[in-house]
Design a binder for this molecule. Structure first.
Ligand SMILES: O=C(O)C(=O)C[C@H](O)[C@@H](O)CO
Length: 274
């Protein structure tokens, strides 16, 4: 088992960038793994994915890595649930994002869900060596070493998450605290306004508390400008929107360019008989 590059980067403080996979498409996952992202998030919260479709995307990302791609796979669970965590890890995810973590207790539950019981760590992950993560039983050391490679990213995206940020950030085993601006804005009464001053203040307070606790901070950014702003605040783990955004944005830009080039051509044509 090679080292988990996401965990390494979070530890070392290096800035990394990824994007969300929401289309449920192994081909999209494979293509984006060649596009310079450090990681790709297979989303089980807001995308039509389950373990059966997620595993195909993990395979596609691994295939790209074996073929020059650089992205590492991450899975975001549908909710902070130990059964969902176990199933995601069994299919090969080593880094999980837990949505909507509201307290230190919930953060501890996420950390424990990712770990096999070992050395009194409180882990609750069920053991099954015959899964993809353990090369279907052919990796003799997987079960013994798996705990070292797990990486827990907990999302703070509610008023209670912000209120309890100090405890969440101090939780041992949390590798990164990830801000969800859209849900946080909604929870604070500003649905759709992620740059409302109250949302900004809440996000910045979490960044400060996470840094004080020695934890990396991640955030979901709409575009490169927002991403730069979050890096300036101290975030190092940047989610740069999603596959569907890049598909639609690229399509709209190009069709727009084509249509306006036709309009320009028609405008300069001199009508006959004039
Ligand atoms: O609240 C947020 O912002 C996030 O958690 C990111 C979103 O969930 C992502 O799916 C984009 O809508």
């Amino acid at each position: 088992m090679h080292d988990n590059p996401v965990k390494e980067a979070l530890r070392s403080g290096g800035t990394t960038t990824g994007t969300w996979l929401t289309l449920g498409s192994p081909a999209v996952a494979e293509a984006l793994a060649h596009c310079g992202f450090d990681w790709l998030v297979v989303d089980l919260e807001h995308a039509p994915n389950d373990p059966a479709s997620a595993v195909e995307q993990l395979r596609a990302i691994d295939a790209a890595r074996a073929n020059g791609g650089r992205a590492e796979a991450i899975v975001r669970l549908a909710e902070n649930d130990p059964v969902l965590a176990k199933r995601a890890m069994d299919i090969g995810a080593r880094t999980l994002i837990f949505p909507n973590v509201n307290s230190a207790d919930e953060a501890r539950a996420a950390v424990r869900a990712m770990r096999y019981p070992q050395n009194g760590n409180g882990g609750v992950r069920g053991v099954a060596g015959l899964v993809r993560a353990g090369r279907y039983g052919l990796d003799p050391v997987y079960v013994k070493n798996a705990n070292e490679q797990v990486c827990a990213i907990v999302q703070i995206e509610s008023r209670s998450g912000v209120d309890n940020a100090a405890g969440i950030c101090a939780t041992e085993g949390v590798d990164c605290v990830f801000l969800g601006p859209s849900d946080l804005a909604a929870s604070l009464g500003h649905l759709g306004d992620t740059w409302h001053p109250e949302v900004v203040e809440a996000m910045q307070s979490v960044v400060v508390q996470a840094r004080q606790a020695g934890k990396a901070v991640g955030v979901f950014a709409d575009d490169a400008d927002d991403a730069k702003q979050f890096v300036d605040w101290g975030a190092t783990f940047i989610g740069l929107h999603s596959d569907v955004r890049w598909l639609c944005q690229g399509s709209n830009q190009e069709i727009g360019r084509f249509v306006s080039s036709l309009e320009t051509e028609q405008a300069v044509e001199v009508p006959s008989g004039s």
